[in-house]
Ligand binder design. Sequence first.
Ligand code: C2E
Ligand code: MG
Ligand code: MG
Ligand code: MG
Length: 279
Amino acid sequence: DAALYKAKGAGRGRTEVYDQTMSRSSGHDLLRELSAALEAGELVVHYQPIVDLADGRVVGYEALVRWQHPYRGLLLPAAFLPLAQEAGMAVPLGQYVASRVAEFVATSPDRSTWVSVNVSADQLGDGEFATTLLAEISRHRLMAGRIVVELTESSLVASGTRIRHELTQLSAAGVPILLDDFGTGVSPLSYLRELPVAGVKLDMSFTSGIPDDPTAGKVVRALGALARELAMVTIAEGIEHSEQADYLYRNGWRYGQGWLYGGAQPAESIVPTETGAAQ
Ligand code: C2E
Ligand code: MG
Ligand code: MG
Ligand code: MG
């Protein structure tokens, strides 16, 4: 009943298993196992390269959490993050990811790349995420901008003043905020100006439509123009074909990520070269 989800370019014949048809009882089992997994270090953080679309040079990585389950295989976030949230484990999980990422950045020989960390509204709402992340940054003496926070557009729309306060606190301390899944969350455009948003990540549903679907093309161009008008960094997600990369670059999207450049890989398999390109 587990659907195999093969991440092309994930490297080393790695197969990512995502159980799409999880029954209620197996969900229950997972929930019980999850807190033990966090203790046991079964949760791992993988890194997907983000490249400059002009030349393919790696400029950063997105940290993506996985659960190296003892017998179910490598589980993707969709299989366990909703459970973690339900179980009130979003906060410890976010703290764990933040500390792994800070460690990765601190020990990476390549000082010019940044790492993006995903954060949910749940994690921010508790008021501790900013404090935890900033403590990790200062503990490792990381330069401003080497850790970036991604928040989905829909989380931002649903957020209250507490979350906005945390975002402002992070931004003021030199942690850029990116708006994830941009274009899907129907955020009032005023948000983009009022909140400390440094950049946007184009949702992959738009990337997958280009270059053939004319509507997707128009949306990509309009969202790109809007972001540039607001002086925001532009990153496109889900690039699988070079035609998509070309189209995005020609229409003003500066950075990108996707299987064309590589999937998320364990920290150990990221070997920086002199040019900063991952292998
Ligand atoms: P996201 O932040 O939008 O991450 C991008 C997702 O697209 C990742 O899925 C990535 O593996 C996948 N992807 C990358 N390139 C391609 C491509 O070329 N084609 C296709 N079809 N997919 C691609 P993943 O790892 O399953 O993560 C899903 C979501 O889970 C993420 O979406 C993010 O919102 C959330 N997430 C991941 N890690 C964390 C975390 O540590 N904390 C929190 N709160 N959320 C996380
Ligand atoms: Mg993201
Ligand atoms: Mg996204
Ligand atoms: Mg997404």
